[in-house]
Design a protein around this ligand. Structure first.
Ligand SMILES: [Zn+2]
Length: 424
């Protein structure tokens, strides 16, 4: 199916047919050096005029229900797609949940809750496409290096597809994510080292044994799979482009994926403007933002409670930075304290318990709001990329589990007097 799409290197612009396993652009990859963001990330390009001729906008969006936007995915058939419900996650309009707070909301706020994916994170969008492509091409074993979410996602999706998975993680990954990986039956390889060490090891394993590598940004389909959220957003907003989307950013792959989705719609003539995409980083992990204007990349060791966006060298830096430049993207960072406060506010006012990396995006929106940067009547989306149950340790400092009481009504009455008014 080489005619449907091809890959293009974001750096040297070389084109490659999509008929075999491709990772980074080979000549650019040869020039890559440790400690610097990789060059040679590939972008997936379609014959947009052919798609426009063959598929009406209405039919394209119908395809969300029927075959998950197959005209805009690098697959020949929906039959390879996992049987699980990938994407199609809820978009909640939040009107007055901050009543009683100091906020006066005069704009439209939407929360896209991607924790409702099968393994409870946004990563399932990428894993589904990588797994489906492997299935179409007869590859039975997949591998990923991961800090947790991508690995647990690939493990779950592979379990649903009858594929084998090997997941290489830094040994310090959160327990919930490691547990998930093992429950889904994947081979878990914890390494004494960093994510970068796990990444390099996984590449060596795929080169030696031919396992299909899902590493984020290294495999171009990880970016491509993530773009489906943009199609859903456009559809859920009644075919309107939001003004701003707040996106948690570590490697920059989700940022690039969301941008690619809207860019596809722009190239198809379905939309006539791009939303402003805001990359939200943790203050302790600002390696994307800090290097946007640098001539030479400088990595600062990252430290944040938001482990999913704790990244020293962003793997998708050049593509994300290129998109920010081309479509006037914005960036903001939030402290761990702001993430913890936002986490409580989000959970208590909306009923959505997100992991710290996802809450970072919400905290970024709050910061914009505080600074008067959100225009009245504008449409704003916060992308919530993972469930809070994935990292319970991160929020322990914000809560206190009460001491146990005797099972009699008098013990409870003390609690009621302290915390509730007398009437229900
Ligand atoms: Zn290249």
């Amino acid at each position: 199916m080489p005619d449907k799409f091809h890959f293009e290197c974001v750096d040297c612009k070389t084109k490659y047919l999509g008929d075999k396993v491709m990772y980074l652009c080979p000549p650019c990859e040869k020039e890559n050096k440790p400690g610097l963001p990789p060059r040679g990330v590939l972008k997936t390009i379609y014959d947009y005029s052919a798609i426009r001729d063959l598929t009406s906008t209405e039919k394209l969006f119908q395809s969300l229900e029927e075959d998950h936007f197959m005209p805009l995915l690098p697959l020949s058939s929906y039959s390879y797609w996992p049987n699980l419900n990938i994407g199609r996650t809820p978009l909640y309009r939040i009107n007055d949940c901050f009543s009683g707070e100091e906020y006066n909301q005069d704009f439209e706020l939407y929360l896209k809750d991607d924790s409702q994916n099968p393994t409870f994170s946004f990563k399932d969008r990428a894993s589904a496409l990588v797994s489906a492509w492997a299935k179409e091409n007869g590859i039975k074993t997949l591998i990923a290096a991961s800090t947790g979410n991508a690995g647990s996602s690939l493990a779950g999706i592979c379990a649903s597809q009858g594929q084998k998975a090997m997941i290489v993680v830094p040994a310090a990954a959160p327990l919930a994510k490691l547990t998930q990986i093992l429950m889904y039956g994947a081979n878990l390889v914890p390494v004494r080292g960093t994510y970068d060490d796990a990444f390099d090891l996984s590449v060596q394993i795929s080169e030696k044994y031919g396992y299909y590598n899902r590493n984020t940004a290294y495999n171009p389909l990880t970016i491509e799979g993530k773009k489906t959220v943009s199609f859903e957003l456009y559809r859920q907003l009644n075919h309107q482009v939001p003004d701003r989307i707040f996106i948690p950013a570590g490697d920059g792959v989700i940022y690039a994926g969301v941008c690619k989705g809207f860019e596809d719609l722009l190239k198809l003539g379905i939309i006539d403007r791009m939303p402003v995409l805001v990359a939200v980083q943790a203050e302790g992990s600002r390696n994307l933002i800090n290097n946007l204007k640098n001539k030479t990349f400088v990595a600062t060791p990252s430290k944040t409670i938001a482990d999913s966006i704790s990244v020293d060298v962003p793997k998708c830096f050049h593509m994300a930075a290129g998109y920010m430049d081309e479509y006037h993207g914005e960036a903001v960072s939030v402290s761990d304290q702001e993430i913890l406060q936002a986490s409580l506010l989000l959970s208590r006012s909306t009923g959505i318990f997100s992991e710290p990396a996802a809450v970072a995006a919400f905290a970024g929106m709050l910061k914009y709001w505080d600074q008067g940067l959100i225009p009245a009547q504008s449409k704003n989306v916060v992308l919530l990329t993972g469930s809070g149950l994935k990292d319970l340790t991160a929020v322990q400092s914000s809560i206190q589990i009460p001491d146990a009481v005797e099972p009699d009504i008098r013990s409870v009455e003390k609690i009621i007097q302290k915390n509730f008014s007398q009437t229900s």
